[in-house]
Design a protein around this ligand. Sequence first.
Ligand code: ADP
Ligand code: MG
Length: 283
Amino acid sequence: SVPLTFFAGIGGASRASVLVKGANYLEALADVDTVVFDKTGTLTEGRFALSEVQPAAGVAEGDLFRIAAALEDHSTHPIAQAISGAFTGDRPAVTQVEEVSGRGLRGQIDGQTALAGNARLLNEAGIQVPAVENIGSVVYVAHQGCYLGYFLVADKPKADAQAAIQGLKDQGIRETVMLTGDRQAVGQAIAARLGLDRVETELLPQDKVTALEKLQADKRRVAFVGDGLNDAPVLALADVGIAMGALGSDAAIEAADVVLMTDEPHKVAESIAIARRTRRIVW
Ligand code: ADP
Ligand code: MG
């Protein structure tokens, strides 16, 4: 595997929290003109709090929770903890549980299919769900072909997320983009708040790859910043793949060219600045 270059930076040890896997990536970083971010865990904290529980008509809240928690216990997605952690009651046994990429969870409970995830997951199973106006990410739940209700969960931007975007603009980065599997209302609200140039929402992991390919076809030199949860292929495809190192998965650290050990998005602009300065000194 590739040896890690300890990127102490020109400006001293205070910046020594960015790992670059070789001088060629420092070079590529200096040339980046477009920075694409994943949302959850990258621009947001990746810690969801439960803000609403809404059982369907005639469904007991406890039954909604039992099915949802039974499934979410098997997930490592940051949404899962908000639901399974909020319910201490007994759960039924689940078999054949699987994460459905960009959608949520599917398993078998009492010999019947149980689902917890976004509208796409339930719609694909032929189950209609109500629109939810309140702001947040929605986890819909179904069992035995019946809609049981939803949970609203909310994450928040990292403390430095807005400064991270501003820092890139200050350096003349041509475009800042956020890609997310989350719904439009959530993605657009966060993008507006953080000042991103563009946002694409309701993407499947494969759609994130396609979005990056489009930018590269347009001759952009793209850095993609992610946490590796579902987005390792995008990290690998980008001209510079930048992973969150502390929260990020082993897959992210493996797939990335640059690792931010402190998980702070403002380190992206800082890294680009250091890479550009380094090039000026070397050349
Ligand atoms: P992001 O682009 O924010 O990283 P993901 O691709 O990880 O999002 O997930 C996209 C969407 O899939 C989430 O916003 C959520 O609606 C749904 N989802 C994924 N995993 C789960 C889960 N464990 N429970 C419920 N919903 C989930
Ligand atoms: Mg993700």
